[in-house]
Design a protein around this ligand. Structure first.
Ligand code: NAP
Length: 275
């Protein structure tokens, strides 16, 4: 008899992760055999855990902070997008224990944006990205893939934005954090990938006076769901897209690979995760 597939999310800490709720909901919704749990893994134990999970019936894992970069060194096969981003969030264990690494954060980001702002045309104008951390890499790759003609990138620490430009090429134009407010007027889409606006973090204080109502505004911070950035943008008449959907959509490829069914991301999924 085939054992029912097991998957989990690994990170340190891990108790905050919404992935068990998400995958648990989908397993129930589609009446599929299998389980999805969470596992706190210290940095020193990472390799050992990855080598032993397949023996325990695990078919894959999602990976979160702080392991997204380190897992790549244990992977036997890495997708182009994970290589480009320099990190993986979705590992699949082959039957012989070999590890296939993918990064679905950019896919999750762009799928959420397309679902929340169906009229947005990525080719219609520059994308303005705030932040140059780990998440920004996935967002930039996804925007470039989607056909954004230019990516205007700004970060408190300018050198990190310059480093991303060096990695991802000339389509990126770096602007100073203090000039970000004036660069906004050109944007077809504005994306916050910094932690500003997150519960417990500093506020997003860049002036939005130059923002046009035609600009689509999305925040990848999802706690709170309506960040101050989204609230202000909404008042200015912009279409806004919150960050929860990025998390939901990034889970789709892993779930499909591990449990054999491509799951829907819809309002019921959102409510199940928020419950
Ligand atoms: P990270 O690598 O630590 O990067 C943090 C970014 O925030 C950097 O650009 C940093 O700028 C900036 N920042 C932090 N404090 C700042 C401040 N006081 N003023 C200006 N900029 C500041 O983090 P990450 O992994 O990219 O994650 C960023 C956010 O995205 C987090 O809130 C995370 O929860 C969220 N996220 C959401 C999803 C989703 O599925 N929706 C996925 C991944 C991440 P410096 O370089 O100057 O420090």
């Amino acid at each position: 008899m085939t054992k029912s597939p097991r998957a989990c999310v690994i990170g340190n800490p891990i108790s905050h992760s919404l992935s068990p709720k998400l995958h648990g909901y989908w397993l129930k919704r589609y009446d599929l055999p299998g389980e999805y749990t969470s596992l706190q893994v210290a940095e020193a134990d990472l390799e050992n855990v990855l080598r032993t999970l397949p023996e325990q019936g695990f078919v894959g894992v999602n990976v979160t902070i702080p392991h997204k970069v380190d897992v790549l060194q244990y992977a036997d096969q890495i997708t182009d997008r994970a290589t480009l981003i320099g990190a993986a969030n979705t590992l699949t264990f082959k039957e012989d224990g070999r590890i296939f690494a993918d990064n679905t954060d950019g896919y999750g980001f762009i799928s959420n944006l397309r679902q929340g702002a169906p009229d947005w045309n990525p080719k219609s104008g520059p994308a303005m990205v705030f932040g140059a951390g780990g998440a920004a890499r996935a967002v930039i790759v996804a925007l470039a893939d989607a056909g954004a003609p230019e990516i205007i990138l700004t970060n408190r620490t300018r050198a990190k934005a310059e480093a991303l430009r060096a990695d991802f090429g000339a389509r990126i134009r770096v602007v100073d954090w203090v000039q970000a407010g004036t660069a906004l007027k050109d944007a077809g889409v504005l994306v916050n990938t910094t932690s500003l606006g997150m519960k417990g973090a500093a506020d997003f204080k860049v002036s939005l006076d130059e923002l046009r109502p035609e600009t689509v505004v999305t925040d990848i911070v999802y706690n709170p769901l309506r960040t101050p950035l989204l609230t202000t943008a909404e008042k200015l008449g912009c279409t806004t897209v919150d960050g929860l959907g990025m998390l939901l959509h990034q889970g789709v490829p892993g779930f499909e690979r591990w449990f054999g069914k491509r799951p829907e991301v819809d309002e019921d999924t959102r409510q199940a995760v928020l419950a």
